[in-house]
Design a protein around this ligand. Sequence first.
Ligand SMILES: Cc1cc2nc3c(=O)[nH]c(=O)nc-3n(C[C@H](O)[C@H](O)[C@H](O)COP(=O)(O)OP(=O)(O)OC[C@H]3O[C@@H](n4cnc5c(N)ncnc54)[C@H](O)[C@@H]3O)c2cc1C
Length: 308
Amino acid sequence: MNPLRTLILAAAGNDTIRHLVATAPVSRDVVRRFVAGETTQDAVHATRGLVESGLSVTLDYLGEDTTDRDQAERTVQAYLELLDKLHSDGLADRAEVSVKLSAVGQALDERLALENASRICAAAEQAGTTVTLDMEDHTTTDSTLGTLRELRRSWPWVGGVLQSYLHRTLDDATALSGEGSRIRLCKGAYNEPESVAYIDQHDVDLSYVRCANALLSGEGYPMFATHDPRLIEIIGERARWYGRKPGSYEYQMLYGVRPDEQRRLAGSGETVRVYIPYGEEWYGYLMRRMAERPANTAFFLRSLVSKS
Ligand SMILES: Cc1cc2nc3c(=O)[nH]c(=O)nc-3n(C[C@H](O)[C@H](O)[C@H](O)COP(=O)(O)OP(=O)(O)OC[C@H]3O[C@@H](n4cnc5c(N)ncnc54)[C@H](O)[C@@H]3O)c2cc1C
């Protein structure tokens, strides 16, 4: 892994750096570029803007690695409030939610995470929308896919996420390419060891294409989460090769990343879904975005030094 990426991911766990970033005035601008705000109202406001410009949305209430039942409960309540608001504002047909199981208690007790995720799925069904379970580090992959299977017994539309940097993912993609299966394919955002993941970016990209083929040749609904121009082009070609019509798969990108490309793809008739993070726990999320793109980091560090 790129040493800068490793350093930034390590900084994500450092309290002193967290305090520095969270209190520096410039941070707020950088945060606003990638995070919609801290409240349900902020999230719904950002959703409305994107939906009006022809995009779809998935919303993530930020927070992860909870080892506190009360915190897990607050996360569930935040999703219930959000789903209610999306429904009452008429946005639910274009806006779903993304949930991290570690934010609803996975590290405490898998049954608790399943129960909490079930409550969110039931509320999503009532609101008229769907849920996708985000994928976290590789130690949670089996547990998360197990919970996905359980949830799909009651709500077959629950989406899952696969990460192309993991060696196992082609097998998972093949297994999860059945009828109606909503699967987001991404490269993967965690700092993983060589024993389980491809380290070379080119290998991660080749794996992405192999997994995309497995999903597109199946009968599910693949969701291609990437900003990579080369992969976006290849996905378009492969989709045509497999006779996929726009709308039988979708592209996904992060809020604030390549917004022109999001609009261009949507304008060409593709379904494009923007992942909107919101909430007070934005620090870990922001650090992962920094780790992905040295240009963002350089911009950020320069601003921190010159204005704080
Ligand atoms: C909707 C969505 C959901 C995700 N969910 C998960 C998840 O559940 N679990 C998980 O581990 N990861 C998730 N990720 C993160 C993902 O795994 C990657 O870490 C992240 O998307 C960066 O990979 P990339 O495919 O965009 O390619 P990268 O290799 O980061 O970038 C490739 C190229 O894309 C272009 N690009 C990238 N960023 C920018 C930018 N800011 N501005 C301009 N061009 C840019 C550049 O040309 C760059 O060279 C998600 C990503 C998205 C988009």
